[in-house]
Design a binder for this molecule. Structure first.
Ligand code: ADP
Ligand code: MG
Ligand code: MG
Length: 883
């Protein structure tokens, strides 16, 4: 097949539909050409070439050279320049770009094609020698760093020394001759350090850069990034070679980046930054502080540097029109890169813009309300996991703020933590359970790990589109960037503010919504869940098939879950109630009783406690379904362990410590998770199940009398593997139900079902369904029992498994669709074969995981149940799965 796709001059061989082949950058450059927008001509080497490169011992396909040559010929024709020509040289950029944008990849090389001859020609042709030498030194710096592998700091040091010697403050003050001198030093240093000369042949330069893009696919940064974002290595990257346009060609030239809407708030306003007389990377790297694109934003920021709107009104008008057009075309907020060369606008990139969760909601709602997208589409535009960001705390407005500095509000939410200055420290701190704020002059892709580990990020340099800002927004971590009134003194591990010096380990708070940096810990407030959030959730609910319930053991959990929109309780673990206050002692009395009579005495004391718990849950859930699980854990979990505890408990129970120790030892199990637990307890001690059933039914009677809302308790029997187990326990529950209903004279409807958490119960589902009113998939245990992996001991080796690629994801976090998933499908299908419409739900941790929720939708489950804070995520994910 074809290895190269060309674009330029109003046409392109590819389009946005070719994302997989051309990568995001290449596909969208092609699309913009097809739309007739001003795009410098270029070519894209397809992602398949990257796979070929790795499958064939890092060599490129034979026909690639020819196809690239032809592509360059088209670029030469379109620009009227020739690659390597000593009259009118064509210069190109070499840009990587896979299907998913990847900050870990090779940096772009600009101005490729310059050498000692073409630099002279470029200067002549532009009538600006200084510009040509400036471009050449940039090229040597970039190529020396990203292709030849000489650290960019080596070049920076040379430049700093020269500036010092010449008495210059800024790069812009160097003359052509002075740059020429710097270039001499650069070249000499390369030869000295690497033992090879900087290549003068443009063809050698070109293939050097192309090879570097492909090898960067497997550099550690890129690999880490792919791991974190689940990007398969097989995808590969494309390479774009594009004719250069120059933002550094004098004061009528500029380069910038922009979003068609505000990426932080979602406000429908063009938002961006630019630099006059500069080239691409200058904006992102935060070398100079950029200027605002629009006048409105300039005024809002209080900047005294002119906006693009004022400075270059014609280019601005055209740019604004293109922004509107691209947004309407892609039907989404765009993130754009552009360059203005002597007043002429060129588009260099467009893609869907990264945004905060808050902005995502605002944009989706605005676009749906203006009719650009439909409501279901708006629902699909929100990443469910990102809703977490909205559940982030903000600083309590009433709190006293001890402001020590301020920067840009780069990523919303507030966070407090100890100051650390390196990513390594942030990672170590996270392992030790300490909360930290990563404080840097600026961040780079090497910091990804540290940024993940930190509560928040503070930089003293860089704008809203700096690396720190973009990455933090993507991660949902609060960030203040470009806090210019703070200074980082790395050597002495200090953060210096006006009048105060903070050391490593001192606690600060950053407010990513206002840009403020504050001393110490500050009171925080929980967020509002109305407005755009409420609208999207309502639209999600209209498109959702499955119900979303919550796992709640306490009234507080149940109330929180209700406020997040839970439609019932899918799992109430009754044992959690036994640990509270005095109850644990009664529980111990029950467990340690010598016989059934003794147990019943203790159970009679537990009954009113359980009943009042259930009554409260029923009244909070007000007629919504409530699933209560019978006692599940092995009994020794309730017993004292240390000698001191034993002494204490023995005293309370009037036993001898030695006697208690003996009883505790007797209850010891070698493998308690597969031991005497679940329905096995109810079979050994039916009086426990009877007490629990009585508490449930009596509470239901109470709730029905008090609230008038009919409660339908769903009683769930755990760890069933045999139908006979369920039958035995169910018979006891039914008997108690008859008694209570008879006593009360009120009809109470109820269901008795089982958890499916053993492979045997999944396989025998058609038989078990004869006795069950519902199945609830307990996927934590089902994962444990299917894999034979103890979830309490898995952490160590599962991490190794993930690192070595044995498994892609932790199966306790994201459902193992192939194995555990198949068991669920089998159980669902066999269960419903016996009982049409058998109610099915999931109550494991996976009930709050978007990918697992999609699986539940596809399997036809009736509901998912998850922890209260994940309820909004589950509502949205369930809707997306159904759309
Ligand atoms: P990234 O993926 O890191 O954004 P890009 O390939 O988009 O890297 O390049 C970064 C910047 O380099 C661009 O935003 C643009 O300013 C500049 N650049 C890239 N190609 C060209 C070109 N052909 N002409 C002028 N500037 C370019
Ligand atoms: Mg870019
Ligand atoms: Mg279980």
């Amino acid at each position: 097949g074809k290895w190269v796709y060309t674009f330029g001059d109003g046409t392109a061989e590819g389009s946005a539909a070719d994302l997989d082949h051309l990568g995001g950058k290449g596909a969208n450059l092609a699309e913009m050409c097809n739309l007739g927008l001003p795009v410098p001509p270029g070519l894209t080497i397809v992602t398949r070439a990257c796979s070929h490169y790795y499958d064939n011992g890092r060599t490129l396909p034979d026909t690639l050279k020819d196809e690239v040559r032809q592509g360059i010929a088209l670029m030469e024709k379109a620009t009227g320049r020739l690659f390597g020509d000593t009259n009118r040289p064509l210069l190109v950029s070499v840009r990587s770009g896979g299907r998913a944008s990847m900050p870990g990849m090779m940096d772009t090389v600009l101005n490729l094609g310059l050498n000692d001859q073409t630099v002279e020609a470029l200067g002549h042709d532009a009538g600006d020698a200084r510009f040509a030498w400036d471009s050449y030194r940039r090229f040597i710096q970039m190529y020396g760093d990203v292709v030849m592998g000489l650290d960019h700091e080596v070049f920076e040091e040379i430049l700093e020394d020269e500036k010092g010697r010449l008495g210059h403050e800024n790069d812009t003050e160097l003359s052509a001759v002075e740059w020429q001198h710097v270039i001499g030093l650069y070249k000499a240093t390369i030869e000295e350090e690497l033992g090879e000369a900087f290549p003068q042949d443009p063809q050698v330069q070109l293939w050097g850069a192309i090879g570097a893009v492909f090898s960067s696919w497997m550099n550690p940064r890129a690999i880490t990034y792919r791991h974190l974002h689940n990007i398969p290595a097989e995808w590969g990257t494309a390479v774009n070679v594009q004719a250069m346009v120059f933002g550094n060609l004098g004061t009528a030239s500029a380069t910038g980046v922009a979003f068609t809407r505000n990426p932080s708030t979602g406000e429908n306003e063009l938002y961006g930054e630019f630099l006059v007389n500069a080239q691409g990377e200058d904006v992102v790297a935060g070398i100079r502080t950029p200027q605002n694109i629009t006048e409105v934003a300039r005024i809002a920021s209080g900047s005294d540097k002119p906006s693009l709107e004022k400075l270059m009104p014609e280019a601005f008008e055209e740019f604004q029109a293109i922004c509107r057009r691209l947004e309407a075309h892609y039907r989404d907020m765009q993130d754009l890169e552009f360059t203005i060369e002597r007043g002429k606008l060129w588009m260099l990139q467009t893609r869907s813009g990264k945004r905060t969760a808050k902005a995502a909601l605002r944009i989706a709602v605005d676009m749906a309300e203006s009719g650009l997208i439909t409501r279901p589409e708006a629902v699909t535009r929100i990443d469910p996991a990102s809703l977490d960001q909205l559940l982030h705390p903000t600083i309590d407005p009433r709190a006293r703020r001890d402001i020590i500095g301020s920067g840009l509000p780069a990523s919303p939410g507030a966070a407090s933590g100890e100051i650390v200055f390196t990513s390594e420290e942030a990672v170590t701190a996270e392992k030790e359970g300490r909360k930290v704020i990563l404080v840097r002059v600026e961040t780079s892709p090497e910091d990804i790990h540290g940024m993940h580990a930190a509560e928040g990020i503070l930089t003293t340099r860089g704008g809203m589109t700096s690396h720190a800002a973009v990455v933090a927004r993507g991660m949902g971590i609060p960030c203040v960037s470009g806090a210019g009134n703070l200074r980082v003194d790395i050597r002495n591990e200090q953060l210096i503010a006006a009048g105060i010096t903070l050391k490593r380990g001192d606690v600060i708070t950053i407010d990513g919504s206002s840009g403020q940096v504050l001393k110490g810990i500050i009171a925080m407030m929980q967020p509002e869940l109305s407005g755009d959030f409420g609208k999207i959730m309502a639209w999600a609910d209209q498109n959702r098939r499955m119900t979303v319930r919550t796992n709640a053991d306490t009234p507080a959990d149940a109330r929180a879950a209700r406020s997040f929109g839970a439609e019932g309780i899918g799992l109430c673990r009754t044992e959690h109630m036994f640990f509270e206050g005095e109850r644990i002692n009664v529980m111990r009395e029950m467990i340690l009783a010598a016989d059934e009579a003794g147990r019943r005495v203790a159970l009679d004391k537990l009954l009113p406690m359980q009943r009042s718990d259930f009554a409260e849950l029923f009244s909070i859930m007000h007629g919504l379904p409530v699933t209560i699980r019978m006692l599940d854990p092995p009994l020794h979990e309730f017993l004292p362990k240390t000698d001191i505890e034993i002494e204490d408990v023995a005293g309370r129970l009037g036993m001898k410590p030695a006697e208690l120790r003996q009883r505790v030892d007797a209850l010891h199990e070698f493998n308690p998770m597969l031991g005497h637990r679940g329905c096995r307890l109810a079979i050994s001690y039916p009086e426990i199940a009877e007490m629990q059933a009585r508490a449930i039914f009596e509470a239901a009677v109470e709730a029905a009398r008090e609230t008038g809302a009919a409660v339908v308790p769903e009683i769930m029997v755990p760890l069933v593997g045999l139908k006979t187990e369920l039958d035995y326990v169910k018979a006891r529950i039914d008997a108690v139900a008859r008694e209570v209903i008879g006593e009360a004279g009120i009809e109470i409807e109820y269901l008795v079902g089982t958890m499916i958490e053993l492979p045997r119960s999944a396989l025998r589902a058609h038989v078990i369904a004869e006795s069950a009113d519902f199945f609830s998939f307990g996927t934590n245990d089902l994962t444990q029992t299917t894999f034979g992996i103890s979830r309490d001991d898995a952490a160590q080796f599962l991490n190794t498994y993930i690192q070595k690629g044995i498994v892609l994801k932790d199966p306790f976090v994201s459902l193992d669709f192939d194995g555990v998933g198949e068991l669920i499908q089998i159980a669902a299908e066999r269960g419903r074969r016996t009982k049409n419409g058998l109610k099915l739900g999931i109550c494991g941790e996976h009930g709050g995981d978007p990918a697992s929720i999609r699986f539940c939708e596809e399997t036809g489950l009736d509901y998912v149940s998850c922890s209260p804070f994940r309820v909004p995520i589950a509502r949205l994910a369930a809707a997306q799965a159904a759309i």
